[in-house]
Design a binder for this molecule. Structure first.
Ligand code: CP
Length: 327
């Protein structure tokens, strides 16, 4: 259980970002290392309730009259559709904004965009490139900002993955999650989730694609057992959940290292080393034949379609929490 000294969900000052400390009036959903464990548990439980089709926030349409802006600097299928459908299912409305179609592309600042959007909508979901863009948006918005992925993290995805594991297998506490491949943004959010939910993480990554040291250090400081190795077999052996991702993250395609990542492919041979009841996860989109083989992603241990579905359910929980329709 992590209880932060700062107020719940306060935003930490990233000294690499060009901003001042956040005015904490809105309930942002930025990164998993900024939350009390109890809040994340609450959000996950709201996601489970949504998955079961129950009312959350005491009514079928708790977000009636609310509008969510979905702002994309990068392409998306799951994030876009799940937020849009989820918001509508909760009774709200959405405005979808692609960066190239708004004045951001012609030099209007993120700060001014945040201020303006805050006058029109009740919450903003941003899919950004650099994490500094998200921080800038959160600093200047007076409405909740939700992290829909940055180069550094993907918390909505990992919340959906946690929901998926719990749905199939129950609590992950005491279990082992094995990550194979690039120690990327999704890996970072998994690491940040580990101390909250009490699972161990074993990450197998090429030396030059290890997860960021400060992310690992934070999780260890908060009691998580995190192993980083270059050996995928060491990571996967006996694991309860095996996770991988594409070899080139969005917007970082020039940094793709297929020759380095090939030994980290999740195939039947590697999956056989995991616990017989282990689940296979991938946030999608998958590059079949690269980071994962068809027989694994289409196999009986794969829950990738449930992960995609659970984006919808858990994000409904996030929206209800951000917009204070649940404590
Ligand atoms: N997993 C995920 O975030 O998918 P999209 O890029 O399609 O939104």
């Amino acid at each position: 259980m992590i209880s932060l000294i700062e107020p719940a969900n306060s935003w930490r000052v990233d000294m690499t970002a060009s901003h001042k400390p956040l005015r904490q009036t809105a309930r942002h959903f930025l990164d998993l290392d900024q939350f009390d464990t109890g809040i994340l548990r609450r959000v996950l439980d709201l996601g489970h309730a949504c998955r079961r089709g129950e009312d959350v926030g005491g009514t079928r349409q708790p977000l009636a009259g609310c509008t969510l802006a979905l702002l994309f600097e990068k392409p998306s299928t799951r994030t876009r559709v799940s937020f849009e459908v989820g918001m509508r299912q909760l009774g709200g409305d959405v405005v979808v904004l692609d960066r190239d179609a708004i004045q951001l592309s012609r030099g209007e600042t993120l700060a001014d965009t945040a201020r303006v959007l805050s006058r029109y909508v009740d919450a903003i979901m941003l899919r950004a490139g650099p994490a500094t863009h998200l921080h800038e948006m959160a600093h200047y918005a007076s409405v909740p900002v939700i992290n829909g992925l940055t180069h550094d993290s993907h918390p909505c995805q990992v919340m959906a993955d946690l929901l998926t594991f719990e749905h199939h297998r129950g609590s992950l506490a005491g279990g082992v999650v094995a990550w194979c491949g690039d120690g990327n943004n999704v890996a970072a959010s998994w690491i940040q989730a580990a101390p909250h939910f009490g699972f161990r993480m074993r990450l197998a990554c090429p030396e030059v694609l290890r997860p960021r040291e400060e992310v690992v250090a934070w999780a260890r400081l908060h009691g998580a057992d995190i192993t980083v190795t270059t050996d995928p077999r060491e990571a996967v052996r006996g694991a309860d959940c095996v996770v991988t991702d594409t070899w080139s993250s969005m917007g970082l395609e020039n940094e793709s290292r297929p020759e380095l990542l090939r030994p980290y492919q999740v195939n039947a041979g590697l999956m056989a080393l995991a616990h017989p009841q282990a689940l296979f996860m991938h946030c999608l989109p998958a590059h079949r034949g690269e980071e994962v083989t068809d027989e694994v992603i289409d196999g009986p241990q794969s829950v990738v379609w449930d992960e995609a579905e659970n984006r919808l359910h858990v994000q409904k929980g996030i929206l209800v929490w951000c917009l204070r329709r649940a404590s």
